[in-house]
Design a protein around this ligand. Structure first.
Ligand SMILES: Nc1nc2c(ncn2[C@@H]2O[C@H](COP(=O)(O)OP(=O)(O)OP(=O)(O)O)[C@@H](O)[C@H]2O)c(=O)[nH]1
Ligand SMILES: [Mg+2]
Length: 223
């Protein structure tokens, strides 16, 4: 039986959580309106750490240049490493450090609107903090969500982290160049993905070899 004290404590935590999510979704809606008013397509890229988000964005920078103006917001707990990499690749990129935070939130994005994100962009890419749990719970006001799943992570990740994989519009299976060297099972991975999300488009690619990059850029151009 729960004591009155514990019950009150739990109710207070639940109500604080509800407030945090409500505040975030209100701000995300404002961000979405801002993007719409400025004609900017916005994509939230989510995955576990090291699945290849920044590498893909480095390659995307060059590929997308002839078709429109792109800016990138990149989230990490600490360091400017990813933003530096992206700037070296020719992108307009801004780092957001979350310190101990495990995800970006709508307020962090809102602070960039009218500042780093000028409103002249055609496309805003947001690289979320590498994490398969927290980013799934925080709407940023984006139009599309993309998940990356690298083949080095194993086929079971969509089953273990369904909330993230369930809500995305596109799933990129990355590092496909490593397929000959791993015991990764393509059919099993696709089956895991389909059980969690049968609607999302799936593209297999390698940012290193270039395989599948055309399909990814075509998807971006379509959006
Ligand atoms: N073989 C291979 N390696 C890749 C590919 N894409 C990325 N990598 C390597 O994977 C490692 C991590 O790549 P990042 O692009 O930094 O991954 P990330 O998702 O941005 O990582 P975090 O920002 O820390 O979450 C690097 O050593 C990359 O060179 C790929 O297509 N093939
Ligand atoms: Mg990165």
């Amino acid at each position: 039986m729960m004591c009155d004290e514990c019950g009150r404590h739990e109710t207070k935590i639940l109500s604080m959580e509800r407030n945090i999510f409500k505040k975030n979704s209100d701000l995300a809606e404002q961000n979405r309106l801002w993007f719409k008013a400025h004609g900017i397509r916005t994509i939230n890229m989510m995955s576990s750490p090291g699945s290849g988000k920044t590498t893909l964005l480095e390659k995307t920078t060059r590929a997308i240049q002839p078709f429109g103006k792109m800016s990138i917001l990149v989230g990490d707990v600490q360091t400017e490493i990813d933003a530096d990499r992206l700037r070296n690749a020719g992108a307009k990129a801004q780092q957001i450090n979350t310190w101990n935070g495990c995800h970006l939130d709508a307020a962090m994005i809102a602070r960039q609107l009218g500042n780093f994100v000028t409103g002249e962009e055609d496309l805003l890419m947001i690289e979320n903090v590498g994490n398969l749990v927290c980013p799934a719970a925080f709407d940023l006001g984006e139009q599309y969500k993309v998940a990356l799943l690298s083949i080095t992570e194993g086929e079971d990740k969509p089953l273990k982290y369904p909330a993230l994989f369930h809500q995305v519009d596109l799933i990129l299976i990355t590092k496909i160049d490593l397929e000959p060297f791993l015991s990764w099972n393509r059919e099993k991975a696709l089956e895991s993905l389909r059980r969690i999300n049968h609607k999302a488009h799936v593209i297999m690619l390698s940012a290193l070899s270039g395989m599948g990059m055309e399909a990814w850029v075509d998807w971006l151009k379509e959006k």
